[in-house]
Design a binder for this molecule. Structure first.
Ligand code: FAD
Length: 393
């Protein structure tokens, strides 16, 4: 025999808890099932423990999806201001950082406590350490777990993406979607450090620990943020952002001096200070180790700039301002902050988050083919899609 509810939510993460709280607030009897022994683990580790819970400016332009319009309705109906209202009611203090990113003053744990308190007020039952078995039927759905069976006419899948399996991520949503005949956009890691091999890696290893502001471009997409050299390749916000757009085998263009014309600057210095070493001139613009490494790569190490040909200086200028780097790969789901792809939005209603072919079956959060930029956008999608499903179940 199974326990009967109005709504079963699978996944006690950002989207699932929001959905459960909203549905319970409408008088629904809701159970949330999760295999972890603690709800909201990803929220707790997010934003360096302070959770970048949303952004000042959220539009569909900050999301990647096969259907760029899918998120529009949910983001409008429950946006950053609505989440801030909720924070205010719970007296959670927050602050804004660069790029409109909003973080908790105290701790990400405040957000989890807020969601659990909202769930508690509505009598939501949260069942942890529940190993999921078969999901069958529809109207009602039957869900078998190691903590008993559950049935309900509405089922919400909020199990997230594949990123960071160590804290409980699985492909549950993708597999279940497939079983109900929905298509899945092939998942891949997003917001992830990029790895390199060969001479590029040697150079990056020598520079490990150096961070510089840079503009990274892939196709028409550009991000201007910090770039960090690591012992595996490149990281830092600029790299995480561009990684979501990068396609295997293709170069990312790195501009280390986005605010000046590198070639003009080198020629100007050549005329003004011909006896200065090239690396010294570049060192006026970049950290010394980086300046030295790039000067060496351009074959101009130890050379006075006055004795360097304009062609050689143009080569150096290209390294400084349009350095093409072809990543070997990424660090993968182990460290990816998000999963690109997921349940295909073509089969879902943007007004309810339900499958068009199975009106009781909903998919929300990162499980869906909607992935945001770095900067609070992924949590905002979890809140917005969770709220919409919570209002519709
Ligand atoms: P999740 O929050 O991942 O919740 C899914 C839940 O489902 C989990 O509790 C999991 O245990 C459960 N589950 C999964 N599989 C099963 C299964 N088979 N059976 C039972 N339960 C299951 N985004 C931001 O906007 N701002 C940030 O600051 C930020 N920082 C991040 C930092 C890190 C290190 C990482 C990895 C991600 C970060 N993100 C951030 C992304 C953000 O955390 C996710 O996009 C968001 O949590 C997705 O919400 P969700 O509810 O869809 O999934």
């Amino acid at each position: 025999s199974s326990s009967a509810f109005d709504v079963i939510v699978i996944g006690a993460g950002a989207a699932g808890l929001m959905c459960a709280a909203v549905a319970a607030g409408r008088g629904k009897r809701v159970v949330v099932l999760d295999h972890n022994d603690q709800p909201g683990r990803k929220i707790l580790i997010s934003g360096g423990g302070k959770c970048n819970f949303t952004n000042r400016t959220v539009t569909p332009a900050q999301y990647l999806s096969a259907n760029p319009h899918y998120a529009t309705s949910a983001l409008k109906r429950f946006g950053p201001a609505d989440f801030l209202d909720l924070m205010k009611r719970h007296r959670i203090a927050w602050h804004e950082r660069e790029h409109g990113q909003l973080f908790c003053d105290n701790s990400a744990a405040d957000i989890v406590a807020m969601l659990l308190s909202e769930c508690g007020a509505g009598g939501v039952e949260v069942v942890l350490e529940a190993k999921l078995g078969a999901v069958t039927g529809e109207g009602p759905f039957q869900v078998a777990t190691s903590r008993g069976g559950y049935c309900a006419p509405a089922l919400v899948i909020a199990t997230g993406g594949l990123s960071v399996p160590k804290i409980g991520a699985t492909g549950f949503a993708h597999t279940l979607a497939g079983r109900y005949g929905l298509s899945v956009v092939p998942p891949r890691p997003g917001l992830v450090p990029l790895t390199f091999t060969g001479a590029d890696l040697d150079l990056m290893r020598d520079l490990a620990g150096i961070a510089v502001p840079a503009e990274l471009r892939f196709g028409k997409t550009r991000f201007r943020e910090a770039l960090l050299f690591t012992h595996r390749g490149l990281s830092g916000p600029a790299v995480l952002q561009i990684s979501s757009y990068w396609l295997t085998g293709q170069p990312i263009m790195v501009n280390l001096l986005p605010d000046l014309d590198a070639n003009a600057r080198l020629l100007e210095r050549k005329a003004a200070r011909p006896n200065a070493q090239v690396e010294t001139v570049v060192g006026e613009l970049l950290p010394a180790r980086l300046a030295r490494a790039l000067t060496e790569r351009a074959g101009l190490l130890g050379r006075p700039i006055g004795q360097s040909t304009n062609a050689a200086l143009a080569g150096l200028a290209r390294l400084l301002s349009e350095w093409p780097l072809v990543p070997a790969g990424s660090e993968g789901y182990r460290t990816a902050e998000v999963t690109l792809g997921g349940v295909d939005t073509a089969g879902l209603s943007s007004k309810t988050m339900a499958a068009k072919s199975h009106p009781g079956l909903h998919f929300i959060g990162e499980a869906v083919d909607v992935a945001g930029w770095l900067g609070g956008y992924n949590f905002q999608w979890a809140w917005s899609s969770g709220w919409v499903a919570g209002m519709s179940v």
